[in-house]
Design a protein around this ligand. Structure first.
Ligand SMILES: [Cu+2]
Length: 216
């Protein structure tokens, strides 16, 4: 009898220590709408951990690409972490001249043609508006996030961020036409053993206007 109790105890300890060894993680789902309740595409949610171990957490970053194709940038919004190098392949048969006058990163990629590829490193948090000297309608944004945990909303206004360790986070939202300041939109979320976390943001948009007057 004594023997069985001991085995049972060892089994219980093993069970609890294996739980402690697994870092719990959850999926954070976001729903982004505009002030009319319509799904909002091209919004970025960023999560910033409120404790040092969460702040220092790094995510695996794919090599981000901002291509020029059919006389448009693709994607329209590209979120990256600070310190990321973005490549700018030209997939058109005509030349483009990509530039940014944004204060977080000013640069020019002078006229370059099909299948030429240039890259730029973005080291400072903030927003970079991209244009093309040849084609005035070309417009896109690179959003350099304040942490390594972020995702962009799809056409349904949905954002999904997987494998978020338990902890307390500040969730930020950004959209190229957002009227409010990011600091005024932030929300606190708690990821715990209760499962996935859902957050929603209603984003009031500025009217579309001439890109030359962009504030970025
Ligand atoms: Cu162009």
């Amino acid at each position: 009898m004594q023997y069985i109790v001991q085995i049972g105890l060892v089994a219980i300890i093993a069970y609890f220590s294996s739980m402690a060894g697994d870092v719990f993680s959850a999926t954070v789902s976001g729903k982004i709408t505009d002030s009319d309740g319509n799904a909002l595409e091209h919004a970025v949610i960023t999560l910033v951990g409120q404790t040092p171990e969460l702040i220092s957490m790094t995510a695996v970053m794919p090599s981000p690409v901002m291509s020029q194709q059919d006389i448009q940038f693709n994607p329209f919004v590209l979120p990256v972490a600070a310190g990321t190098t973005v490549s700018f392949p030209n997939r058109d048969q005509i030349r483009h001249h990509v530039y940014s006058f944004s204060k977080v990163k000013r640069f020019e990629l002078e006229l370059y043609g099909e299948d030429e590829e240039k890259s730029v490193m973005f080291d400072q948090q903030g927003v970079v508006a991209l244009g093309c000297n040849i084609h005035d309608n070309m417009l896109a944004y690179i959003y350099i996030a304040r942490s390594n945990i972020f995702a962009k909303s799809d056409a349904d206004g949905t954002v999904t961020i997987n494998d978020i360790p338990a902890g307390v986070y500040t969730a930020y939202v950004w959209h190229p036409r957002m009227r409010a300041d990011e600091e005024d939109m932030k929300q606190e979320i708690v990821v715990d053993e209760n499962g996935g976390v859902e957050i929603s943001f209603d984003v009031v948009l500025k009217r579309e206007r001439n890109r030359k007057r962009s504030t970025y």
